[in-house]
Write a protein that binds this ligand. Sequence first.
Ligand SMILES: NC(=O)c1ccc[n+]([C@@H]2O[C@H](COP(=O)([O-])OP(=O)(O)OC[C@H]3O[C@@H](n4cnc5c(N)ncnc54)[C@H](OP(=O)(O)O)[C@@H]3O)[C@@H](O)[C@H]2O)c1
Length: 327
Amino acid sequence: MKALLCEAYGPPESLKLTELAKPEPGPGEVLIKVNAAALNFPDLLFVSGQYQVNIPPPFIPGLEAAGAVEAVGAGVDSVAVGDRVMVTATHGMFAEYVVVKAREVAPTPDQLTDAEAASFLITYSTACHGLYDLAQLKEGQLVLVLGAAGGVGSAAIELAKARGAQVIAAASSGDKLNFAERCGADETINYSQVSLRDELKVLTAGRGVDVVFDPVGGDLALPSLKALAWQGTYLVVGFASGEIPKFPANLTLLKEGSITGVWWGTWASREPQEQIRNLKLMAGMVADGQLKPRISAQYPLADYEAAFADISGRRVLGKVVFDLTDS
Ligand SMILES: NC(=O)c1ccc[n+]([C@@H]2O[C@H](COP(=O)([O-])OP(=O)(O)OC[C@H]3O[C@@H](n4cnc5c(N)ncnc54)[C@H](OP(=O)(O)O)[C@@H]3O)[C@@H](O)[C@H]2O)c1
């Protein structure tokens, strides 16, 4: 099978497109023919050895995919050959076939193409867990989404709107903010052109926001924390800017605010039943048309350098996907 291999940590250009033996499922495992695999910002960190938990090379990168079950190992009765499935695991998705544990697959909603399904699990589950479980977002509350046109950012907009919240989307360009509006954002801020702090004061009439959803960090963090409303929640989702913010504790005291970390993958493995509950909730929202993964570019696996460059170059609107249907 064709696969992308990380033989040593380095930039995406150091990956190799290679031929490997098709894997076979062992007991409790499932072989999936991958039709689409989505890139995520953490893929950049995994291949360069800079993620919180690293995978020792050689490994096939790729955290999420969608396709069809080709074979099942002994003892698997939760899925059957031919089922359309979405899957997420720590690595292995940038290949024509992947073997995963049966519990790592979820049924693909009928309304989603394989490319859309490959783009669904990580970003939507992260935003759902952060906004619904941790921040306990309520109808009518005000949410600030930073990096709003990215994968988790755009999913957060849709999930916040589905809960009946108001969304201020913040991003670095007009194109990205137009995209955020198409995802449902009510107000927008271009933080490459105006002061985030001043604009938030104006848009919230000084009241502040109930929830900050922050996958970016860096210079955006402090003005966003300062814009928290009384008893608001600041969700630390990621550090795409490359800079981990440090917060003065007095700012939380003044608002009785909370700074809450979100680590969806680890939470989902600790609380699998809760994750299944969230997936069922979101499958209903997909069926209702409230959630719709958006794809800005699709590439064959051979064009991996261009696909990774979209992520590192901040060009993504929604998601970037590898198309493996011809494989
Ligand atoms: N906590 C969790 O469980 C969890 C789960 C998934 C992802 N994450 C994290 O969330 C973050 C975003 O992931 P994603 O998949 O949404 O990424 P993405 O689609 O690439 O979006 C990231 C956004 O960050 C902004 N950004 C600012 N500086 C950047 C830079 N130097 N390079 C790239 N982007 C930059 C960009 O928006 P502007 O250009 O508009 O600023 C971009 O749209 C990552 O740090 C990722 O590790 C966390």
